[in-house]
Design a protein. Structure first.
Length: 128
């Protein structure tokens, strides 16, 4: 039986994975098996850290909003603000509120003051 040379498909696949690991050092950029393992590991880490990044940004936004709100009123805090926003049916997400808190604090103070007035007014009329 005659010898059959392998085609170019396997070489093309390996070249493609090597281009993925071109920034690595040592065996991680030279050996095919090691490159494949590193590629799997890198993709798993990227997938996991995308979720972690969303979580961290949400924590950052909440911290910023809370810090700005607590500056003005001692008894008023983040959780009360969000609760009153939902009561008033103002659907502002935390990212937008954090941007308002950083760029224009007076605007956030105005929003919180209006919400407090509205909630207090509704509660006082409900009691009577």
């Amino acid at each position: 039986m005659t010898r059959i040379k392998r085609g170019y498909i396997a070489r093309r696949r390996r070249t493609k994975t090597r281009s993925f690991a071109s920034s690595s050092r040592g065996a991680h950029s030279r050996l095919t098996r090691t490159i494949t393992q590193q590629k799997i590991r890198a993709l798993v880490s990227a997938d996991r850290d995308r979720d972690k990044q969303k979580r961290n940004f949400r924590r950052l936004w909440i911290t910023r909003i809370n810090a700005v709100i607590r500056e003005r009123g001692v008894s008023y805090n983040y959780s009360k603000l969000i609760h009153d926003l939902y009561k008033r049916q103002l659907l502002l997400n935390r990212k937008i509120l954090a941007q308002i808190a950083i760029s224009n604090r007076n605007c956030l103070y105005m929003i919180s003051n209006e919400i407090i007035k509205e909630v207090d007014w509704k509660e006082s009329t409900a009691i009577v």
